[in-house]
Design a protein around this ligand. Structure first.
Ligand SMILES: [Zn+2]
Ligand SMILES: [Zn+2]
Length: 76
């Protein structure tokens, strides 16, 4: 599947997997090892591209919106 732009290091190295224990979709960057969990049922329409691909991600420090289509990041 296509790689996405990592919200942290901005490299084209961001991809996801399903965590076997929690069954949560986890996004991870193989460039900088950044990791964030996707909060399911929290998809929203992206203001920028108009697709329903705006996803809530949660990492160690914060939660934020991230669009998996156009890679726009916005605060909650
Ligand atoms: Zn990264
Ligand atoms: Zn978008």
């Amino acid at each position: 599947m296509a790689l996405q732009i990592c919200p942290k290091c901005k490299e084209n190295s961001f991809t996801w997997f399903i965590n076997g224990k929690t069954q949560l979709t986890t996004w991870t960057c193989f460039d900088c090892d950044y990791e964030a969990k996707e909060i399911e049922d929290e998809k929203s329409t992206c203001e920028k591209c108009g697709e329903i691909t705006k996803t809530k991600l949660k990492d160690k420090e914060k939660e934020y919106w991230w669009c998996s289509n156009c890679n726009t990041i916005s605060d909650l």
